[in-house]
Design a protein around this ligand. Sequence first.
Ligand code: F6P
Length: 327
Amino acid sequence: MKKSTLAPSDKIAVITPGGDAPGMNAAIRAVVRSALDEKMEIWGIQRGYDGLLEEDFVRLYARSVSGILHRGGTILKSSRSTKIREESSIKKAADILLSKDIKSLVVIGGDGSITAGYRISKYGVGVIGLPASIDNDIYGTDETIGYDTTLDTVVDAVDKIRDTASSFDRVFVIEVMGREHGYLALDAALACGAEFVVVPEIKFSISKLASEIKKEKARAKTSVIVIFAEGAGDSRKFAQELSLKSGYEVRVSTLGYIQRGGSPTGRTRILAARFAAKAIQLIKNKKTNRLVALQNGTIKDLPLSSICGRQKPIDQKLYQLIARLGR
Ligand code: F6P
């Protein structure tokens, strides 16, 4: 029988745990094709960390990733694994990978998924994190895979709601995702010309907002849009109180899961390709336990130890700019 020319270190795996983001498939495709180009053997882990712990592996070839570049979601599927939070599962995950001679793992995912990857790396698996999340909340990178697409989805939805808001002179509270952070809300508010934005990072007063709205209405502002980050609290209660205090009719629209799906924008696809190519180069050069990141337009790599557990700051100047432009 012909002996394989692959060294064990040339066997790698890719996983997409946690919340899906548009462009994950573009990233999987680019990871697979870049790895094959470097003569590596590549395995996909299905259903996120639950699939890893249940050894749900599939060998990937160039044709396994045909026709997926433009598709949202993840062909590898995902899960919100609770098991992986336990240290025994982290060790088990590393043991499973090493028992298959897989020494490197590419984690395409958000904050929690990359942190779990970092913990796995402590048991001898070389891990590369590719930031992919609609929340854009990963420390060290200016942008995550999927974020640009989600921002466009939100802008499109808010523009549509604005039509009704201005036809009825209504106040709308539009809830956007972002977990406990307001990055998406801030960018969306600026892009949509929202009059107000509420984010968890900045204290707000409903009474103050109500009096500001009254002032805006007095200045012949017809529609008023408040972008509300989900992490800032209960948007329905907020809207009820705002209505009571301002005396205006306030409607709520929660954008929900449309923000997670859809075909990735060109920018998201390009970011996915650049991140993936860098990941494979890092593995080839045996420089693992790194996060691939975008900083000022350049692809960088940072130690996972320096980014995990850290909180990306929001841009306070954006908040002020939204206030200035929305009046
Ligand atoms: O992290 C992505 C995200 O969509 C958040 O914005 C949101 O809070 C969360 O995931 C929803 O998670 P699930 O898919 O488990 O409902």
